[in-house]
Design a protein around this ligand. Structure first.
Ligand code: MN
Length: 486
């Protein structure tokens, strides 16, 4: 079987995710990551959108990437002209083909639509562009008419894509449709996830003849999103032995980059790229994994550049604790193991989770070992009020070297944490969660801060506590960073 081609539309359909708006620099960074990942076509944006969008597409087109660079355009001369002005290789030419769209959106007839499609294709080709003709709302288009559209321009276009624009198709329906589209030109499929079927529909279309899959990283996209690259690629590979040019070991890193730059968190239980996708907690599962990972792990995490993670909580078993300590090369006595196990269960019973990184801290505390820490707080000043921007400065010892940095923020905590971030610029990490619990009443209440940090696929949770919320937050952050920097 020939390899499947991948058109990634994170930078166009993905950017249409509510709340996402990427700067030129961020678009470029994502395009470079997609190219490294091995996607065949990068739909870099819709040139008609704005001046900034055109600047981004033009910059991406000028990077000399391996991928074909494409811009979205409607069947309008102005859209195509603006896309051409960005020096793209190809046009993702979108023509609504359902009667609903032709009548209500465009207010024309099928014949008029066919003329417009032919003219637009002709215009693109006369300027030397590759054309991917995409039938918008294709899944609600009569298949005979899809074939009419195809026949009208088949000789000129380079790809023919059918879009399930509103995510209403099902695996059987989409397979039937694709099996009735006969062409020697590459056939693309573009699915949305309104019913949670985008991945299944995409795969079904591939099985029925599609050779190009339109996807986005993390399934970003309009409404419920598009078919996620990570799911489609892994399901095709593992379920059907259908390969692509995607370097699967870069999937996790690419997902994390898009998560960070688009500022849309991936749900923890998301397939392949969610934080819990390769995390095991229950004692029975951990015990099985330790005997043979295949018992509870259908996908080897290394295949997608992820790491297996054990979370110890109230479901933990003593065997798992023992094995984790062994793997971390922490030597403990039987008595110490049962004490560590008791502390894990105690924390777990309070509804909290203990990561494998936290285990080390517990073990050291049980063993009474003073660990060497990379980061030490020497001084902290934070000032806030209603007449100026909150500001903070910190003096840290980083591996014995004194570093002084300042930061501003929405409040004193934010300013202090940004000062720490500025002082630790060389450590790549992301603050994923920040929680405050007031342990007692009153304004002098003891507060407990919990932070969750992520660094190169490793997730660390750490705590800080005290009656000063700024200091407690800084402590939590430094505790987390010390685990990361180990
Ligand atoms: Mn779409």
């Amino acid at each position: 079987m020939a390899k499947i081609k991948v058109l990634d539309t994170t930078l166009r359909d993905g950017e249409q995710t509510p709340g996402v708006s990427l700067t030129v620099e961020k678009k470029v960074e994502i395009a470079q990551a997609l190219d490294r990942l091995g996607v065949d076509v990068i739909e870099a944006g819709a040139a008609i959108t704005s001046e900034g969008e055109r600047e981004g597409i033009k910059k991406i087109a000028g990077l000399g990437l391996n991928a074909e660079i494409s811009s979205f355009a409607r069947i309008l001369k102005n859209d195509i002209d603006l896309a051409m002005g960005c020096d793209v290789d190809s046009i993702f030419l979108v023509a609504p083909t359902s009667d609903l769209h032709i009548k209500y959106k465009l207010g024309i007839t099928r014949e008029e639509l066919l003329d417009k499609v032919s003219e637009s294709v002709e215009y693109c080709k006369s300027h030397g562009l590759l054309v991917d003709l995409c039938c918008e709302d294709g899944s609600r288009t009569d298949t005979r008419f899809l074939n009419e559209v195809l026949k009208a321009v088949e000789k000129k276009i380079d790809r023919f894509t059918i879009a399930d624009t509103v995510g209403i198709s099902t695996p059987e329906k989409i397979a039937e449709m694709f099996s009735k589209i006969k062409t020697k030109k590459p056939l693309g499929v573009h699915c949305h996830d309104d019913m949670g079927l985008a991945t299944a529909n995409t795969i079904s279309a591939v099985r029925a003849g599609a050779g190009v899959v339109d996807v986005t990283i993390n399934g970003l996209g309009e409404r419920a999103g598009n078919a996620p690259l990570e799911e489609v690629i892994m399901a095709l590979k593992l379920g059907y032995a259908i390969e692509s040019n995607i370097k699967t070991c870069l999937i996790t890193a690419t997902s994390e980059l898009v998560e960070k730059l688009c500022n849309i968190s991936v749900q923890p239980n998301k397939a392949i790229v969610g934080d819990n996708a390769f995390t095991h907690e229950a004692g029975i599962h951990v015990d099985g994994i330790l005997k043979n990972p295949k018992t509870y792990e259908s996908i080897d995490p290394r295949l997608v550049g992820a790491r297996r993670r054990f979370v110890l909580g109230k479901h933990a078993g003593i065997k798992a604790v023992k094995k984790i300590l062994e793997d971390m090369q922490i030597v403990v006595t039987e008595n110490e193991i049962s004490e560590i196990f008791n502390r894990v269960k105690f924390i777990g019973d309070k509804g909290k989770k203990v990561t494998s990184a936290d285990i080390e801290t517990i073990a050291n505390s049980v063993k009474g070992v003073e660990t060497k820490k990379a980061l030490k707080l020497v001084e902290l000043v934070a000032i806030a009020g209603n007449k100026f921007t909150p500001v903070a400065s910190v003096k840290l010892l980083i591996n014995g070297n004194e570093v002084i940095q300042s930061g501003t923020g929405d409040g004193p905590v934010d300013a202090a944490l940004s000062a720490i971030r500025n002082a630790t610029k060389d450590v790549p990490f992301e603050l994923m969660e920040y929680h405050v619990d007031a342990v007692s009443g009153g304004t002098d209440a003891l507060v407990r801060i919990e932070v969750k940090l992520k660094s190169r696929g490793k997730i660390v949770t750490a705590q800080g506590s005290g009656s000063d919320i700024v200091l407690a937050s800084v402590d939590a952050m430094i505790n987390g960073l010390n685990t990361i920097m180990k």
